[in-house]
Design a binder for this molecule. Sequence first.
Ligand code: BJ8
Length: 424
Amino acid sequence: MADWCQMWEALGLNLEAHDQLLNALPPIYQEVYLDQENRPEKMDYFDLVVTEIHGLRIKELQDIKSNGGKIVGTFCVYVPEEIVLAAGGTCIGLCGGVDVGADEAEKVLPRNICPLIKSFMGFKLSRICPYFESCDVVVGETTCDGKKKAFEVLSDFTNVYVMETPQRKEESDRTLWFSEVKRFKEMIEDLTGNKITEEGLMEAIRKVNNKRKALQRLAELRKADPPPISGKDALLIEQIAFYDDVERFTQKVNELCDELEERVKQGVGVVPKGTTRIVVSGTPMAIPNWKVPHIIETSGAVIVAEELCTGLRYFQDLTPEANGSVEAMLKNIAERHIGIDCAVYTPNTERAEKVARLFREYGAHGVVHYVLSFCDPYAVESYQIEKVAKKENIPLLKIETDYSQEDVGQLKTRVEAFLEMLKG
Ligand code: BJ8
C-alpha cells in the first residue's frame, strides 16, 4: 500500500487509532477471504479495493473534492443516490461493521444499542474513518428509533441532514416520502451548487440501475449448483457497492459475471455439487462484518442469497427509466424506495413471503435469520419469518449477535448442529 499518511493527517484522523484499525484488517482478510479455495480470478479487483480501503478510494474522493465535488455520506438504502449523482455529487455508505471506537461511542450513547449505530458513532468520535472525514454532509433517516436519536447526537459533531422515512405504505405515507425526496433534492442542489436537469437525472437513474442490474446478474448466477462464487465473496461485492465508483464497480461486477457464467457452463463451483445451501436474511452486514457468513461457510455450507440491505434488498428493484419531467422521475425514485421491505415498516408481510420465495428460487436447504443485538425491528419481525417458515416447512436458524468475537465458538456449534440437522 502506498504511504497515505499525509492524506490521513490532512483529514484530521487519529493516526495511532487508525493504524490499529488498519493493521487488524489484513490477517482477518487473509483468513476469511484469501484462504478460500477455487475463488474466481476476477475477485482480484475487489481484493484490491479492500487492500486500498483507506487509500486509493479516499485519494479519489479528495481529488473529487479539490475539483469542487461534494461527498455525501449515507447509512440507509432509502437515501436516493440517483439524486446525489445527478447533481454531480458522490455517495458513500458509512455504516460500520466493526466495534473499534465503541468506547468513544459509549460516551454519548447507551451501552445497549445496536452495534451498527455504535460503530458509525465510534468511527466519527475516534476519528478513524477517512470516509466520514471526507463527507460534506451525512444523511440520516428516521427509520429505527436508535438511528433517529443517534443522528441528533451525531449532529453535534458533523453536518447532519435527516430524511423522514414513513413507517407505513399508505397513500399519505407515499405523499410524505415524495415530499421528503423533493426536499432532499433541494438540499443536494444547494450543497453542490448544481441544478438537477432532466437529462442529468435520467443519466443517474440509468447508472444506478446498471449497477443494480450487474448485482442482479451476480445473484442469478448463484442459483446454479454448484454455485460459482462463495457467499462471502458475493457479500463483499455487495458491501463494496456502497462506496466504490458506480461505473467502474458496474464494469467490474459484469466482468466477474462473465467469468462466473463460464464456470456455470463448465459446472465449476466453489464447493462440490450438492453442498448445503443457505439463504441469510435479516439486518445489514456492513464491511468488515463477515462473522456469521464465515462461520456458515467454514462449517460445510454455502450461502446462495442475502435477504439483507447489503444484498437483495438494495438491488432487487430498478427505478423505471421513463423519460419525463424531473418531478416525474423523482416520483419514480420515491416509489422504488418505498417498495423496500425493511422491518421498520408496519405491516411488512412481503418480507417474510420473500424469504420463502428466495428459499425456493435459490434451491436452499435452510434459512439463517441474522439479527444484530438490540435491533428491535428485525428481532421482533423474526416472529413473522418463523411463522411463514413453519407454514412452508422451511428449516430456520435464528441468530442474534454483535460485532465481538466472543460468541464465535458458541455460534459455530449452533450452525454446525443446524447443518447436521439439514443433512439428516
Ligand atoms: S432499510 S435495514 S439500511 S434502516 S440494525 S440501525 S434497523 S437497530 S440498518 Fe437499515 Fe435502512 Fe432498514 Fe436497511 Fe436500526 Fe436495526 Fe441497527 Fe439497523
